[in-house]
Design a protein around this ligand. Structure first.
Ligand code: CMP
Length: 139
């Protein structure tokens, strides 16, 4: 077993019907699914999830956007999970993302950027625990 990261397939990608294609890319890159669900955030829960960004100018819009439709939340496992997953998804701004990355292929804008990926092991654990109980994940 490797270590873990956390991802969301965001409302733009979910709404466009790209969840399956994105999960396929994730599995083909060697990540194992440890927990998975479709759900929808309220604006309040989105605000809590993205609390670290609350002083940023895009925060209000981000909370509105992230609660605008269904998402998929997942915990993923692989050696070097956090760093390797960030490579797989590409830069936050899809116009700066490398060819072949999930955001390059599926993202619509810097906000509607198809997927989230945790930026550290510590945040991966916090974010996974935000969505999933012990009974909702592979041991
Ligand atoms: P994510 O990696 O989930 O973390 C914060 C999110 O804020 C980011 O992806 C985007 O969806 C959104 N966002 C919107 N505008 C910006 C911006 N200018 N810089 C960074 N993130 C932004």
């Amino acid at each position: 077993a490797g270590n873990r990261t956390f991802t969301m397939i965001k409302p733009d990608a979910f709404g466009a019907g790209n969840s399956g294609a994105i999960l396929k890319m994730i599995e083909e890159a060697g990540f194992k699914i440890v927990a998975l669900k479709a759900t929808q955030l309220t604006a309040e829960l989105a605000g809590k999830f993205y609390e670290v960004h609350k002083e940023r100018p895009f925060y209000a819009d981000l909370c509105k956007y992230m609660s605008s439709g269904p998402i998929i939340a997942a915990i993923l496992e692989k050696d070097n999970a956090v760093e390797d997953f960030r490579k797989l998804i590409g830069a936050t701004d899809p116009s700066k993302a490398e060819d072949g990355t999930i955001r390059k292929i599926f993202a619509k804008s810097i906000e509607a950027n198809a997927v989230h990926g945790s930026d550290s092991d510590e945040n991966a654990a916090i974010e996974g625990n935000f969505y999933f109980s012990q009974f909702e994940r592979v041991l």
